[in-house]
Design a protein around this ligand. Structure first.
Ligand code: UT7
Length: 327
């Protein structure tokens, strides 16, 4: 049976760091509140001249190098993002050009913080069906470009960066065992970016005075949905594969809030020491958070051959989902 196997990981974040104490000088907040409510200590901020594609290309090069795959061997490039370089063309097209991956079809995937899990789900489908053999799946964001740095409810949460994986067709037992994606759109208005788009075309008034360009989130409501949905998606993956939480070596969840991660761990039955957390360094990087975490865990040597790894995400839409794989 053909399986979709991750053969290389890579990530890239901006050099510029914004700490909680920097934020104390910008809005009415403090390190203690941010740390206890979210677990975040600092986040990375793209500099002028750095875009989603900047970090996606760097992350992709690292993943390709690890997999020992040349860009022209790729037949598909999927990039999850809600902060593309332009509304169109897809940022994946810019990545394709910069990598010189001339044989790959390239497109973006809009599933907010679940973008990478949605991407892996597509990778599994393409590879199992035989329609692709070597793919690049990425999550990349410059969320701080759409954050209102006068709104303490949101500006403390988000950061920039990218993660990438090379996914290849493989015949062994390693690779994605199952992937599960879901959408519950009844509450999409709790987390969205009103403009610029067809409903709110750009204008000096709407874009800046009315702040329609900035993301909006009802944090507390989103929190409750996130806890339930991430728990459900994780349990679905375990039940589908008939494995128990004790069998899982690593839970690598979307890094939005430490309390959401802890609640998910409890619901699923995976203790803290088997949950990979790096949000204290990067904040919530949306679609990039899981592939950045996966790459860090991988490069730190924590993922061993044959390990069972559960990835779990939730984001605007609401979209959510999970992937269980054998490393
Ligand atoms: O990426 C996927 C989607 N996103 C998420 O999963 C994020 C989900 N939500 C969250 O992580 C949390 O809801 C937040 C971290 C955003 C907020 O934490 P909370 O425990 O839900 O706080 P809250 O919104 O209920 O606010 C509690 C209090 C409020 O004051 P009052 O009304 O009790 O006086 C807020 O005004 O905390 C206040 N507050 C702050 N205080 C200091 C809100 N933001 C801040 C702040 N600093 N930055």
């Amino acid at each position: 049976m053909l399986r979709a196997r991750i053969t290389g990981t890579g990530s890239a974040v901006p050099d510029k760091i914004l700490t909680n104490s920097d934020l104390e000088k910008m809005v009415n907040t403090n390190d203690e509140w941010i740390t206890t409510r979210t677990g975040i200590k600092e986040r990375r901020i793209a500099a002028d001249g750095e875009y989603t594609s900047t970090f996606a290309v760097k992350a992709a090069r690292r993943a390709l190098e690890m997999a020992n795959v040349q860009p022209d061997e790729l037949d598909l490039i999927l990039l999850g993002t809600v902060t593309p370089d332009f509304p169109f063309p897809a940022t994946a097209c810019i990545v394709q050009q910069e990598l010189g991956a001339a044989n790959a079809a390239a497109f973006d995937l809009s599933a907010a913080c679940s973008g990478f899990i949605y991407g892996l789900n597509m990778a599994e489908a393409y590879i199992k069906s035989g329609m692709a053999r070597k793919m690049l799946v990425m999550g990349a964001e410059v969320l701080t470009r759409i954050v209102d740095f006068t709104d303490r409810n949101t500006c403390i949460l988000f950061g920039d960066g990218a993660g990438a994986v090379v996914v290849e067709a493989s015949t062994g037992e390693h690779g994605i065992l199952s992937s599960h994606i879901y959408t519950n759109s009844s509450h999409w208005g709790l987390l969205y970016q009103p403009g610029v788009g067809g409903r709110n075309p750009g204008s000096a008034k709407s874009t800046f005075e009315e702040k329609l360009y900035y993301l909006r989130m009802e944090g507390n409501d989103v929190f409750k949905h996130a806890v339930r949905a991430m728990g459900d998606a994780a349990v679905a993956a375990l039940e589908y594969n008939n494995v128990s939480a004790d069998d899982v070596n690593w839970l690598i969840p979307h890094q939005a809030n430490r309390r959401i991660i802890e609640a998910t761990g409890k619901r699923v039955g995976i203790p803290e020491e088997r949950i990979f957390v790096n949000l204290h360094k990067y904040g919530n990087t949306s679609s990039a958070s899981i592939p950045i975490a996966l790459d860090e865990a991988n490069r730190e040597g924590r993922l061993k051959d044959g390990n069972l790894i559960l990835m779990d995400a939730f984001g605007g839409g609401f979209t959510y989902g999970s992937v269980l794989l054998k490393w």
